[in-house]
Structures are given as C-alpha cells and as structure tokens.
Design a protein around this ligand. Structure first.
Ligand SMILES: NC(=O)c1ccc[n+]([C@@H]2O[C@H](COP(=O)([O-])OP(=O)(O)OC[C@H]3O[C@@H](n4cnc5c(N)ncnc54)[C@H](O)[C@@H]3O)[C@@H](O)[C@H]2O)c1
Ligand SMILES: O=C(O)[C@H](O)CO
Length: 323
C-alpha cells in the first residue's frame, strides 16, 4: 500500500558533510524537507514537531521523545549503528526504523587496517621523532626506539562477522594474517567456522570489534577480558565506544598489559576534554574522531541508500528495517 507522507526533517545534516555530496535523490523523495545543520536536546522537540519522517545520524531519539511525537511514521538512521534510537519504543508506537547497511565497507575496513598498521609499525611515534629533532641526533642512520612487529602470520580475531567484520578479515588475509572469527560472546553454541569468544580473546594478536552496541554487550571488553588478552596484542575498535570499559583500557595500556589500541569511537562523542583515553600519558594509543565511515564515496552511498529507504517506505515496501 502506497503511503502518502509530506514532511521530513534532517536533524544533523552537517554530520554528513553535505558540501561535497549530491543530496538531490534524498531531497526529491518527499515534498517537504526541513534541513537542520544540527539539533541539540533542547531543540529536538521543536525540530520534529511537524515531521512524519525523521533522518538522524547521531541525534538521540529516546522513548520519551517518541511518545511525545505520535505523528512520527518513519525514522531513517543515517548510519549502520542504531544505538541512538530506542527501537523497542519505536516498535511499540508503530514507527518504522530503517538504517543504512553496506554503504562503506571499504572505507571502514581500510581504516581498521590503517590503525593496525600504525600500531605495528609505530608510525605515529617514528614520524614524531623525524620532525622533533630526535632522528637528526641519532648516532646512526635510523631510529630503533619502538618495537616494530609484522602482521603477517599473526592471528586476527574478529568480533562481529557482518559486512565490516568480513571486509576487515579479507584485508587481514591479504596481509597474511590468520583469521579467527568469534562466536557471539556468552553464547552456548559455537557455529561451524567460529571459535568461542574466550579463545579468540586469548589467542588474538589483533582483536578487531565489528558488532553493534546493544544492552547485552555494553563494555564487552572489560578489565577481566583485557587480562585474558596477550600483553603483545592490539585492540581495534571501529564499532562503538560503549563496547569497551575505557578506564580499564587506559590502565591496561599504561601498565603494558596490552601492547596498543586503535580506536575510531569513544563512549561519548565528541568526548569531554578530560575523557580517560585522551590523557597524554597512555602509550601506543591511536584515536581517530569517528572518521572510519567518512570517505566521500561512502557518504554518497549512504545518502543514496537513505533516499532508497524513504522511497521504499512510501511505496509500501520498507527496506533496511531494524528492530
Ligand atoms: N566507525 C565507523 O565509522 C562505523 C561505520 C559503520 C559501522 N560502524 C559500526 O559497526 C557496526 C557493524 O557494522 P556492520 O555494517 O558490519 O553491521 P552488520 O549488521 O553487517 O554486522 C554486525 C554483525 O555483528 C553480529 N553481532 C551482533 N551482536 C553481536 C555480539 N554481541 N557479538 C558478536 N557479534 C554480534 C551480527 O550477527 C552481525 O553479523 C555497526 O553496528 C556500527 O556500530 C562504525
Ligand atoms: O554506524 C555508522 O554507520 C557509523 O558509525 C557512522 O555513523
């Protein structure tokens, strides 16, 4: 059944980097769009007051907000991760929620690989030494201040073997890494081709997280699990910051109980200046500001799939539904 909707809002358009994108497909999908650069919690009610369709990248839509806006019909999350929307509340209210899957696997996987390579080669430290005068003072031709390891032959543990986990595993294999795919943590059964989560923790030289953040896996990587990892291992997180107990990770890195971490995501974004992982005394920690998804190619794909999501819903055949 065709659905006639007129009013849509985009709540945080600036977070999509719209300047270099073609938004016409999305903007033509409904008669009226109101495009807000950003939306604070205080502005949210006013911004969605007349909307039937809401596009949100990271603006939080909780149960209380949804309850106060019974006119909402469709929420399009402009991302794969949907942890900013109360899916159960949306379902109870009959609001359809769609996300965007498979828009940037190359972008995210190259980012995860970049983090691994930077940790293995200590490129950030050596680059700093090249420009801060330390190399010029070296008594010989190179510097050997930091240990360099080869990824080839090492074990790459993957937690979350969906679109991104598979793409990262493929790049790891191209480097000669042996892939170990984790079964769901806490699961009693281990599907063929998977390994118990605890075994992956203990055997991985690089552990890369690619599962969604849900209530059950909040702080999946906690102090106890960090202690099970090899002290020589690297932890990569391009999924969601809430998967890691960040205080425990900071301490494990400081105490040399983990060799390094590469994080694209933190539990609070943007992080406060005193976030525990932004301290300057943590060794071999690389943090990027949630940019893994953000190649131009991936962002354009994302906009095009968002438009498909709106059009499919209006045609009465919703796609990419979650929850
Ligand atoms: N940093 C970034 O820029 C960026 C970009 C895209 C996606 N992400 C994050 O990456 C996540 C994964 O994206 P995707 O495209 O691969 O999604 P996906 O849905 O294709 O894959 C997720 C996989 O995780 C599995 N899974 C679910 N819960 C699990 C658990 N508790 N333990 C282990 N596996 C579990 C699912 O079965 C699925 O196979 C997203 O949810 C999002 O949070 C981050
Ligand atoms: O979930 C996603 O798609 C990324 O985190 C970018 O928002």
């Amino acid at each position: 059944m065709v659905v006639a909707l007129r009013q849509g809002v985009i709540l945080d358009a600036d977070s999509l980097g719209p300047a270099d994108l073609d938004l016409s497909g999305l903007l033509n999908s409904l008669p009226h769009w109101h495009c807000f650069d950003s939306t604070t919690p205080a502005q949210l009610s006013a911004h969605i007051a007349d909307a039937e369709v809401v596009v949100t990248n990271k603006v939080v839509l909780n149960a209380d907000t949804l309850r106060r806006h019974p006119q909402l019909k469709l929420i399009c999350v402009a991302a794969t991760g949907t942890n900013n929307v109360d899916l159960a509340a949306a379902r109870a209210q009959g609001i359809t929620v769609c996300n965007v899957v498979n828009y940037g696997p190359r972008s995210v996987a190259q980012h995860a690989l970049m983090l691994m390579l930077n940790l293995a080669t200590r490129a950030p430290d050596y680059s700093r030494s090249a420009t801060n005068g330390r190399w010029s003072q070296s008594p010989f031709f190179c510097l050997l201040d930091h240990p360099i390891v080869e990824l080839a032959g090492k074990t790459l543990g993957i937690v979350g073997y969906g679109v991104l986990g598979q793409q990262v595993a493929q790049l790891g294999s191209a480097l000669g890494m042996n892939t170990m795919i984790s079964a769901r943590p806490g699961s009693d059964t281990v599907p063929a081709g998977r390994h118990p989560f605890d075994d992956v923790l203990a055997q991985a030289d690089v552990l890369s997280l690619h599962c969604p953040l849900t209530e059950t896996n909040h702080q999946l990587i906690n102090a106890r699990r960090l202690a099970r990892m090899k002290p020589s291992a690297f932890l990569i997180n391009c999924a969601r910051g809430g998967l890691i107990d960040e205080l425990a990770l900071a301490e494990a890195l400081r105490q040399g109980r983990l060799a390094g971490a590469g994080l694209d995501v933190l539990s609070q974004e943007p992080p406060p200046a005193d976030h525990p992982l932004l301290a300057s005394d943590i060794p071999n920690l690389i943090i990027t500001p949630h940019t893994a998804w953000a190649s131009r190619e991936a962002r354009q794909n994302l906009i095009d799939i968002l438009a498909d999501n709106v059009r499919a819903y209006l045609a009465g055949q919703a796609i990419n539904q979650v929850g």
